[in-house]
Structures are given as C-alpha cells and as structure tokens.
Design a protein around this ligand. Structure first.
Ligand SMILES: Nc1ncnc2c1ncn2[C@@H]1O[C@H](COP(=O)(O)OP(=O)(O)OP(=O)(O)O)[C@@H](O)[C@H]1O
Length: 267
C-alpha cells in the first residue's frame, strides 16, 4: 500500500461517535435495547454478536436507514439521530453495503467519482456547458479519485468497468467510493464476507491503513473473528439486542458472557 494522500476534508478536530441508550423496536420485538458505546476518533470499533444479536439494526441506525425508537447518536456535537441517510453521509459518516452496490456499467473512476457528489460545487448546467470553473473542479475531483485509488491499490484499474473486476476488488471500489466522500467515520458492513483469504488480508490491510494514515474512525460489523481480533481497537458485543460486553479484543474474548452467548448460539 502507498503512503496516505493528504486529505481535502475540512480540518476540524476528529470527533467521537457516541451512541447513547439506543432502542429499536419492530412490532413487539426489541432489536436493540438501550445500547450505548463510543467510537473513539481514529479507531476501529467492531460490533459483534451471534446471529440476530442486533448488529445490522445498529448499523442501520448509525447510517440513518432505521430510526431509533429512543436514544441518540452524536458525531461530536452534531446529533445524527433521525436524520436521513444522505444527510448523515453529508455530515461525515460514509458507509459501504453488505452486498455490492456499484453502478452496473461504470468504470472504477466513475464509480468512485459518485462519492465526490456532495463535494461538487458546480451544478449540472455549468458542467454540461463545460465552463472553465466546472472543468477545473472536475479535474480536482479526478485527481483526488486517483490518489485514493492509489491508496487502496486500484490505480491500474481506474478505467476498467468496476463490475468486471474480481469480487474482492469490487468491494475495494466501494470502500474507495466511501473514502471519496472524505468521511470522518466509515461504517463497514461485513467488509470481508464472501472473500478468499488473500482478499480478506488485503481488505484488512486497507482498513488498517485508513485508520492509521487517514485518521478516519471505522465501525466494523463483521462475522470474521480473525479480522475483528486483528483490526479492532475496541469491540462492542451484542446479544439479543443488548450490549453484553465491551473492551479490547482480548478483554471481550475472555469475557464469560461473550463465551456463553457464542456457545449458546451454536446449540
Ligand atoms: N426490518 C425489520 N423488521 C422486523 N424485525 C427486524 C427487522 N430488522 C431486524 N429485525 C429483527 O431484529 C433482530 C436483530 O436483527 P439484526 O439483523 O439486527 O441482527 P444481526 O446481529 O445483524 O444478525 P445477523 O448476524 O444474522 O445478520 C432479529 O430478531 C431480526 O429478526
């Protein structure tokens, strides 16, 4: 992996993502029950738990897809609770999807450029008329896309159709697109699911690089315990919608409640 590209994000102090007493109820079922945790700036925070524990629900609340029944989510002083997904993205919380969500015929560069949309000042009219200011802006965005592609090791594929790349690289394109939004927080939904061991290692290295070189906080919902234990600085463990443990990977691994939850899930 290359050295980190300088960020063009606003130079505000990195903010913590604070989840406080978040409850989500679906018709009689409590999917999340007063869950609290804090994602420290520049850390990888994993949310784990057996099937049905509430991980996806938590992810969907953070990204604005689900509305919490009660509780709050803040990024620094900014309240994210109840905002629409595009507003949350604009406030600096970008996400990737569990299933691939790339436009079918776009190149890697075009797919990543989509992530620049909210940072684009020129409207469609000036871009369509190819005004010099719009052309300058387009060049700047493309340059940034190139830097990020280099950072994630996709610079050679920029002009390839994204959909024709191997699965692992397509997932990296999605990650690149999210990085193109210059987020403060990146939400990764099972980033290594369905990957080969090589692809998993590569994605894990890129995620570590995003934290270490770009200082972006990462919330990781992931089933692969090897990846979680290697990458995470902190782990929140959910079971039946409740937070049953939290701490470093080593701490939660030896927590009797966590062991019980996972053993119970295998019965
Ligand atoms: N939209 C929904 N409507 C009704 N119930 C839901 C909805 N989304 C999730 N649930 C329920 O909430 C609970 C938590 O589900 P969730 O998908 O968040 O768990 P998870 O930890 O992500 O599970 P998995 O590891 O299997 O993906 C489950 O009982 C699930 O059936």
């Amino acid at each position: 992996m290359r050295t980190a590209p300088a960020t063009t994000a606003p130079t505000t102090a990195p903010a913590a993502l604070a989840v406080r007493d978040v409850t989500v109820r679906f018709a009689g079922l409590t999917a999340l029950d007063a869950v609290s945790f804090t994602v420290e700036p520049g850390s990888v925070h994993a949310v784990i738990g057996p099937n049905g524990a509430g991980k996806s629900t938590c992810f969907n609340v953070l990204s604005g897809v689900y509305r919490a029944t009660s509780g709050t989510v803040h990024l620094g002083d900014t309240e994210l609770t109840g905002r629409a997904p595009h507003r949350i993205a604009a406030l600096g919380v970008a996400r990737t999807f569990q299933n691939l969500a790339l436009p079918p015929h776009a190149t890697v560069a075009e797919s990543m450029l989509l992530g620049r949309h909210r940072l684009t000042r020129s409207g469609f009219v000036s871009t369509g008329l190819w005004l010099p200011s719009a052309a300058r802006e387009a060049r700047r965005h493309l340059q940034r896309v190139r830097e990020i592609a280099e950072f994630i090791g996709l610079e050679k594929e920029l002009d390839h159709p994204a959909g024709a790349l191997p699965y692992g690289k397509q997932k990296l394109v999605e990650l690149g697109r999210a990085l193109c939004m210059e987020p403060q927080v990146l939400l990764l939904d099972e980033p290594v699911a369905g990957m080969t061991a090589d692809e998993r290692r590569r994605v894990a290295a890129v995620v570590a690089g995003v934290r270490d070189s770009l200082g972006i906080s990462i919330v990781l919902v992931e089933h692969d315990m090897g990846v979680v234990m290697r990458l995470a600085d902190a782990v929140t463990v959910l079971d039946f919608g409740r937070r049953i443990a939290g701490g470093t990977p080593a701490e939660v691994q030896n927590d009797p409640a966590v062991v019980r939850a996972y053993l119970g899930a295998q019965e």
